[in-house]
Design a protein around this ligand. Sequence first.
Ligand code: PAF
Length: 284
Amino acid sequence: MQTYHHISGLRKALALHRQQGQTIAFVPTMGNLHRAHLALVEQAKSLCDVVVSSIFVNRLQFGLNEDWDKYPRTLQQDTQKLISVDCDYLFCPDEHEVYPNGMDQQARVIVPSMADVLCGASRPGHFEGVTTVVTKLFNIVQPNKAIFGVKDYQQLAIIRRMVEDLCMPVDIVAGDIVREADGLAMSSRNGFILPSERPKVNQLNQSLNWIADELKKGNLDFSALEQAARGQIEHAGFKVDYLTICESASLLPAANDDTQMTILGAMYTEGARLIDNVSVVLSD
Ligand code: PAF
């Protein structure tokens, strides 16, 4: 695997592959890689000739009181992990390379309707930071396909909408959620979960699955389901940030005639803020 810190070097290397007619898949990350990231790289390998991953802890998507400085930087281990799954290129720029005019002066990309709800409501500006950096990374790498984990469902939906609205020539591919044995979705933030709370944190996943089962049984009383699931999570000792049944593509609150629904939830533990989601397809 070749590592580049500068846009110019990476572009030159990738241009050679394009000249040979090879396709490029891209897996953007913020590092601290775990099995779920590596599964995305493996999926990328199966789709294209060349795989590029990036590691950049993007300050633009962190709020002032968020954990940008605490976010684990594990470049050496990450590099080894990417090599182990045959990633071809790693792009890990510093902040000046990505934002040469400073973050305040940086042109922004906004997906208005979907960025201020759910995670966006408690993390103002977060998705603007994501869509801005992802646009820059797409322009740098110019991939044929880009792979994003379904775990960050709202991020995936917003990126799909951005690509559609701005006619970006890239296919967005969803990578399945990878879970621990008890259902906890893998995340770089799981390392912040306190050992004492770990046995119960899968309550979020259990409650989302409970709603999914109820929907499949024909129970469409969305607000009662949401309220009951919130109660389950609070009973397990956690604070719910949001728990909402949405229409899968628009992320609008689900309506009775929707057939594709996603239940999205976020909760606070003492040490971490965890998110998860479960999708259901109901027959007409
Ligand atoms: O999902 C992430 O790790 C980040 O939001 C991303 C897509 C790499 C943008 O910084």
